[in-house]
Design a protein. Structure first.
Length: 145
């Protein structure tokens, strides 16, 4: 949460640098808003799909089932994919390439650490079934990464 706040403040500040603006600002604004909205909808779908398994902190219970339906059928962390969509959308809507870069890079670091912690906890607690799920799915983008 702290990383996201810092990234947003830095991105907003960077959007005032005129030499880093996106040349077609109206198109960037609309694309950014569309990405923001699509990401917000996907994130809500992910929260609903996870149900009781959704937590703000990394908590894994031995009796927990591995959610493999909805968006989790295709990727292990679609909620974070949705967050990336939202933050890239904000950067585009701000009309600044540096804002897009700041939001993307900081969230790569933040979510990279979070995903590593989550997957280690899930592997340790759920074991082989989660390892097999990892082999079948990509982390963020189906068939890519």
């Amino acid at each position: 949460m702290i990383g996201s706040s810092i990234a947003l403040v830095a991105a907003i500040a960077a959007s005032f640098a005129p030499w880093l603006t996106i040349s077609n600002e109206p198109a960037a604004l609309w694309l950014g808003l569309l990405l923001l909205l699509a990401g917000a909808v996907l994130r809500r779908i992910c929260f609903k799909t996870l149900g009781e398994s959704f937590t703000g902190t990394v908590i894994v219970k031995k009796e927990q089932t591995i959610v493999q339906h909805g968006p989790y059928r295709y990727v292990r962390h679609p909620s974070y994919t949705a967050a990336f969509m939202m933050f890239i959308g904000v950067g585009l809507a701000l009309g600044s390439w540096i804002s897009v870069a700041v939001l993307f890079v900081i969230h790569c670091i933040v979510y990279g650490r979070r995903v590593s912690a989550e997957e280690a906890a899930l592997l340790q607690t759920l074991g082989e079934p989660y390892r097999l799920y990892m082999l079948r799915t990509k982390r963020y983008i189906p068939f890519v990464i």
